[in-house]
Design a binder for this molecule. Structure first.
Ligand code: ADP
Length: 398
């Protein structure tokens, strides 16, 4: 495919070069014919029409074409137009004329070619400048959109925290209510911390490095930590959050914190994009050479046209618009800024893993994160100390 394209490009280049030189042949031919027709009216000597031919050739075809036109004009003048005809011999006067003509033609040709290339360069600069301006405008629009969305995302949990704190301060809630409010406050704080972490990761990815420290990790433990973090939110939406972990899973090579954050993001999406009362299943099982961690939901699913883009930065999918499902207006009510999956993929790929999704609109989605098995020999003691204890992860973004 590439060789064919190179071949085609080479052909096109040869064609353009031939065309440039053909311009010289054509214009000199025309000047020659016109000179012959007008010779009874013109003074003997080198025809000024040849200078015009040289100028046009250099303008259209560049310096090479201008020089060719000069050579052709001088030869045609010497061989046919200047006496003796059909001989390259010329007398001293005509020779002087020919030398002056050639000199003038070379100067005019060079000037025309230089002017032409300067004009082309200016046009190219203008095109580049316009493209750069358009890109900057687009980037600015994305930035504005992002700032608006991020501010909204940051404000929402804060508003809830403030309202609940006021309730706790002013009313005398029962012990159960107090506990419930505090749990809500804690989960809203988690959401906020998550967002701040995502924003930090985003700038780190841009600067060329989220630090990933892969070590031996127990996928079961990570999944249970995620379940603990997300359970409150899942229950608030009456989702049935299940965990299915295969026995004797091998340890994986991953960064505990990065993996937990990536999986939490996927679970949070499952919670968000599944209508209340849905089922969300977290699975961990051996898969080929590695371990696969899956998050499956019974939610609204992802439209086929959104599927190729959902890992793109700032991409937000839309809900399907058939009779039973939400419209794009509802989409606005689902909070988000289109960063979660982009960051999740960056984190997973930073751990040499892969992330993929299968989904059908109206039938739910299944995200699978595959990570390599920890290769080095580990003994039982090491395995027990494999990953950081779950209590270290009391926060989503921690
Ligand atoms: P956000 O949720 O902030 O929009 P994400 O990057 O996390 O951004 O997700 C990108 C898009 O992928 C979402 O806008 C949504 O359309 C789609 N999506 C992600 N997870 C799910 C899911 N479990 N079910 C349906 N759609 C999803």
């Amino acid at each position: 495919m590439k060789a064919e394209e190179t071949h085609k490009a080479a052909h096109a280049m040869i064609g353009a070069t031939v065309l440039r030189y053909m311009v010289a042949v054509w214009t000199v031919g025309l000047a020659f014919a016109a000179t012959l027709v007008m010779s009874p009216l013109m003074q003997p000597g080198v025809s000024p029409l040849f200078l015009l031919a040289v100028m046009i050739s250099a303008w259209r075809g560049g310096l090479g074409a201008g020089l060719l036109a000069t050579v052709l004009s001088a030869s045609a003048s010497a061989f046919v137009l200047l006496p003796p005809a059909y001989s390259l011999r010329v007398d001293r006067n005509d020779l002087l004329q020919l030398v002056v003509f050639t000199f003038a033609a070379v100067v005019i040709g060079s000037l025309s070619a230089t002017r032409k290339s300067a004009e082309e360069e200016r046009e190219a600069l203008l095109v580049r400048e316009q493209a750069a301006r358009k890109e900057a405008e687009q980037a600015n629009a994305v930035k504005d959109e992002f700032i608006a969305a991020a501010s909204h995302e940051l404000r929402t949990p804060l508003t809830t925290i403030k309202a609940l704190t006021r309730v706790l301060l002013r009313q005398q809630p029962s012990e159960t209510e107090r506990r419930e409010y505090l749990e809500d406050i804690a989960s809203e704080c988690d959401r906020q911390i998550d967002l701040v972490h995502n924003l930090l990761d985003l700038s780190r990815i841009k600067a060329g490095g989220v630090t990933i420290n892969s070590s031996r990790v127990d996928a079961d433990e990570v999944l249970r930590a995620c379940e603990k973090i997300e359970r409150v939110e899942a229950e608030a939406h009456n989702h049935d959050l299940r965990v299915e972990v295969a026995h004797d899973l091998p340890l994986i090579s991953a960064d505990h914190s990065a993996l937990r954050r990536a999986i939490c993001t996927i679970i949070e999406n499952a919670i968000k994009y599944t209508p209340d009362g849905g089922t969300i299943t977290l699975r961990a099982q051996a898969h080929g050479e590695g371990v696969s961690i899956e998050v499956e939901d019974s939610g609204r699913g992802i439209r086929p046209e959104d599927l190729p883009h959902i890992f793109d930065k700032f991409y937000r999918g839309r809900a399907a618009t058939d009779g039973n499902h939400t419209s794009s207006a509802d989409e606005q009510e689902v909070p988000g800024i289109g960063l979660g999956l982009h960051l999740a993929r960056a984190l997973v790929e930073g751990m040499n893993g892969t992330i993929e999704v299968r989904s059908r609109t109206g039938q739910g989605s299944r995200f699978s994160v595959c990570l390599p098995v920890w290769e080095k020999e580990v003994n039982t003691n090491e395995r027990d100390a494999a990953s950081t204890p779950a209590h270290a992860f009391s926060q989503t973004g921690g």
